[in-house]
Design a protein around this ligand. Structure first.
Ligand SMILES: Nc1ncnc2c1ncn2[C@@H]1O[C@H](COP(=O)(O)OP(=O)(O)OP(=O)(O)O)[C@@H](O)[C@H]1O
Ligand SMILES: Nc1nc2c(ncn2[C@@H]2O[C@H](COP(=O)(O)O)[C@@H](O)[C@H]2O)c(=O)[nH]1
Length: 215
């Protein structure tokens, strides 16, 4: 068998982005997903749909009873209460992607991140996105124009507690410039995909290399 046909496969990884509301993780996850061969985990939430959001694309919008039922049936890989609403990651889709050797991208908060890390540390890569300043964070939430004023006030009030979680993450990126932050996350993803510990069949590949007879 030629050496290149033995090239080692890789275990799927879970790439998690978290940040305070408005720092830019949703924008970054959308950009990343389209160009980097990633499956995006679509969460369920009890929050009301924003004007620009599409059911099944941005979230699956469900009521509290359905959310509680998913929790009770162990249908959620993780879940949390964030800004007064329930959010959770449906387990089945993530497990199907990973079983097919695909990488999965998550836009979830620090509580959900901790739960997934606890379950599968070796297969998880976590990135925390910081805003360049609190003033810019507020401007972004206002400019986004998707939330009522009281919602923006609540999210800004929660931002300091969320930012305090930064040191629990593998990587921290300051999102000054969207393109730069995007390139930095791509670099992390590329390096993490190449990690020796994720390769499957590397021993066989190296054995083959070492036994290959040169003409
Ligand atoms: N580097 C940037 N410079 C300027 N504006 C940005 C930058 N990154 C994101 N934005 C804008 O900031 C707003 C908030 O971004 P986004 O919705 O991605 O934040 P988020 O972290 O996902 O917030 P939430 O947790 O509330 O969903 C959006 O209008 C987005 O276009
Ligand atoms: N633990 C989880 N957190 C989630 C999930 N989906 C989204 N989120 C986080 O909630 C806040 C608010 O999101 P928004 O869309 O209402 O602005 C944000 O920090 C998201 O990352 C989830 O499935 N689990």
């Amino acid at each position: 068998m030629a050496a290149e046909t033995l090239h080692p496969a890789r275990r799927g990884l879970m790439l998690i982005l978290s940040s305070p509301s408005g720092a830019g993780k949703t924008t970054l996850t959308r950009n990343l997903k389209s160009e980097n061969n990633l499956d995006l985990s679509i969460s369920v939430t009890t929050r009301a749909k924003r004007p620009s959001e599409i059911e099944g694309v941005h979230y699956r919008f469900i009521d509290r009873a359905a959310f509680d039922a998913m929790r009770q049936h162990n249908d959620l890989l993780e879940w949390a209460e964030v800004h007064g609403n329930g959010y959770g990651t449906p387990r089945k889709e993530v497990e199907a992607s990973l079983a097919a050797g695909r990488d999965v991208l998550f836009d979830i908060d620090w509580q959900g991140t901790q739960q997934i890390v606890k379950k599968a540390r070796a297969d998880v890569v976590t990135i925390f996105i910081l805003p360049p300043s609190m003033a810019e964070l507020r401007s972004r939430l206002i400019r986004r124009a998707e939330d009522a004023e009281d919602v923006i006030v609540k999210r800004l009030a929660n931002a300091r507690d969320e930012i305090a979680r930064w040191s629990q993450y593998d990587y921290v990126i300051v999102n000054h410039d969207l393109q730069t932050a995007y390139e930095q996350i791509k670099a992390i993803l590329t390096a993490e995909r190449l990690k020796r510990s994720r390769a499957v069949g590397l021993n066989d590949f190296v054995d083959q290399l070492l036994t290959e007879q040169l003409p």
